[in-house]
Ligand binder design. Structure first.
Ligand code: HEM
Length: 196
């Protein structure tokens, strides 16, 4: 796919799919690290808290893919100001690059809101006691990511800021990965019959 990206002269859809595939490989490597088949056999869970954490992974993954789309569309400075966009809270011209950029920002705020709800859920459920510090880290990282996003814009896409923005996105996915792994393990313990 990388070869096709080069030969077709970086079409925006293909470069975005290339990015999404790369992040999927990252997530699969993370899964193989946690469930290596020797110390722990592979498992998958999509029930209860595990379903919640996996859905938030899907949300952050989609937000990251949208961010890559913004980048490859060269829409990183379509809204050159922050927190407003083109001087307004809702930009006057909601189409093309401005729409892509503004949607990425808005979804970013939704991720932060989700992180707050997730933290409250984990705090209130006694069975999630072991996940409290992970949920707090996720909340702090999500807030930091909004700040780094602002830095990306206000620095005029300075490369260290964009690199940090990508690193924090992968950090968010990893924290969610740990939350999901813990929930999947708990699910397996509940479902497996007691040993005689
Ligand atoms: C949880 C929230 C967010 C996540 C997970 C996220 C993630 C990402 C990712 C993965 C990229 C692509 C990076 C790359 O291809 O190297 C990106 C691009 C970008 N993000 Fe975010 N982002 C978030 C919030 C924000 C916010 C709130 C803003 C603006 C205030 C923002 C501004 C940008 C910009 C301008 C780009 C394009 C950078 C470029 O053109 O090089 N992001 N984002």
């Amino acid at each position: 796919m990388g070869g096709a990206v080069v030969l077709l002269e970086t079409p925006v859809q293909l470069t975005t799919v290339h990015f999404m595939t790369g992040v999927l490989v990252f997530l699969l490597a993370f899964y193989m690290m946690r469930f290596d088949g020797e110390r722990e056999r592979p498992t998958f869970a999509f029930r209860g808290p595990a379903a919640l954490f996996l859905s938030v992974i899907a949300l952050v993954y989609s937000q990251s893919a949208l961010g890559a789309y913004v980048r490859h569309l060269d829409a990183g400075l379509a809204c050159p100001d922050f927190p407003t966009c083109l001087g307004k809270w809702i930009p006057p011209l909601l189409s093309g690059p401005v729409l892509a950029h503004f949607s990425h920002r808005t979804l970013g705020y939704l991720v932060l809101l989700t992180a707050m709800m997730l933290y409250l859920f984990v705090r209130r459920d006694p069975r999630q006691r072991g996940n409290r510090s992970l949920a707090l880290t996720f909340l702090v990282l999500a807030a930091a990511q909004i700040g780094v996003g602002a830095l990306v814009v206000l620095s005029g896409l300075y490369y260290l800021a964009t690199a940090l923005h990508l690193a924090v996105a992968l950090g968010l996915l990893s924290i969610l990965g740990y939350l999901w792994v813990n929930a999947a393990r708990a699910e397996r313990t509940t479902l497996s019959p007691p040993r005689s």
